[in-house]
Ligand binder design. Structure first.
Ligand code: ADP
Length: 310
């Protein structure tokens, strides 16, 4: 449903925001784009939704090339941006009806679709109130309903849960997860929240500095780090501590750090053995073992790499 080949974007001033990325998204799949600020996620969504012109490579949405056939590519897709696009002074229903008319949805079909979507997204009881009175979560759900009025085959969601409190965020995630049940709606979303990606996405691509640095099922990415890892607080010099650990059989080549906390995936080594060795060496405090999370995968891929010679 989405096919991206060597897609590039260079902004004026030689800012290479997207450096030749490749991925495909199958019909009915929920695909997540993750990465720190500035990684190139918004630029990628912009190119797929035809608001940003690619500098190279190609992208197809629903089979239509975004550069050669932008109108057709846009007709099969819908996008929900972070900034609100609904009219606050109008009711939810009027917003949905206007959008349906804009997309030339036949009025009878539009009525039925608005009823179904507002039910599915839990905004049916709010439809006759002005959108200005909606909470952040309610407005976001209305925006998604609006995007779906035109019956797109692909839905793009740019940071759908940003700025929402945890409970509302969970509710919205559930709603998004339910959306594709019984349909083959394809969803591409960007997010900063790794728990969200793990819960919702069939596959995720981690972007870093304009490139895709990992692409797989969330569980598989997590399993790449092995069954367990140890986390420790390094007393002094990080590179020196790493060198000592390695010299004593701790597999520290995949280690990554945040501040003075060092995280070491253990691969085949048992946590008990590793902790005993590190304790004996006396280079660290607060040593603990745990299972890898997607956060670990992400931090390892997008953080500063520790010097290989260390
Ligand atoms: P993300 O969405 O992952 O935070 P963006 O796609 O917004 O990343 O940005 C990627 C890079 O492109 C950043 O370095 C950003 O400063 C740069 N950039 C984004 N938009 C423009 C623009 N209109 N002109 C110049 N540089 C831009």
């Amino acid at each position: 449903m989405i096919e991206v080949r060597q897609l590039r974007k260079v902004y004026p001033g030689d800012v290479e925001a997207v450096k030749g990325i490749d991925f495909e998204v199958a019909p009915g799949e929920i695909f997540g784009l993750l990465g720190p600020n500035g990684a190139g996620k918004s630029t990628t969504i912009g190119m797929l939704t035809t608001t940003i012109r690619p500098s190279g490579g190609s992208a197809r949405v629903g089979g239509f090339d975004v550069a050669e056939n932008p109108l057709a590519a846009r007709r099969v897709s819908s996008v929900v941006f972070q900034e609100p696009v609904v009219d606050r002074s109008l009711s939810g229903r009027t917003n949905l009806e206007l959008h349906a008319r804009l997309w030339r949805v036949e009025p009878g079909v539009a009525r039925q679709r608005i009823a179904e979507l507002s039910d599915a997204l839990g905004v049916a009881d709010l439809l006759d109130r002005a959108v200005g009175d909606y909470s952040g979560g309610e407005r976001r759900r209305l925006e998604i309903a609006r995007a779906l009025v035109s019956e797109p085959r692909v839905l793009f969601l740019d940071e759908p849960t940003v700025g929402l409190d945890p409970r509302i965020r969970h509710e919205l995630l559930e709603v998004i997860g339910r959306l594709r049940a019984g349909t083959d709606l394809t969803i591409l979303l960007t997010t900063h929240y790794l728990d969200e990606a793990e819960r919702l996405c069939d596959r995720i691509a981690v972007m870093h500095e304009g490139r895709i640095v990992a692409l797989d099922h969330p569980q598989r990415l997590r399993h790449e780090l092995g069954r367990e890892l140890v986390e420790l607080h390094v007393r002094d010099d990080l590179p020196a501590a790493l060198a000592v650990l390695r010299a004593h059989g701790i597999p520290a080549e995949d280690a990554f750090s945040v501040g003075s906390t060092l995280t070491v995936p253990l691969r085949d080594l048992s946590a008990g053995e590793a902790i005993a060795t590190i304790n004996d060496l006396g280079v660290a405090t607060a040593i603990s073992a745990r299972e890898p999370t997607l956060d670990d995968v992400y931090l390892r891929l997008t953080g500063d790499r520790l010097a290989p010679a260390a």
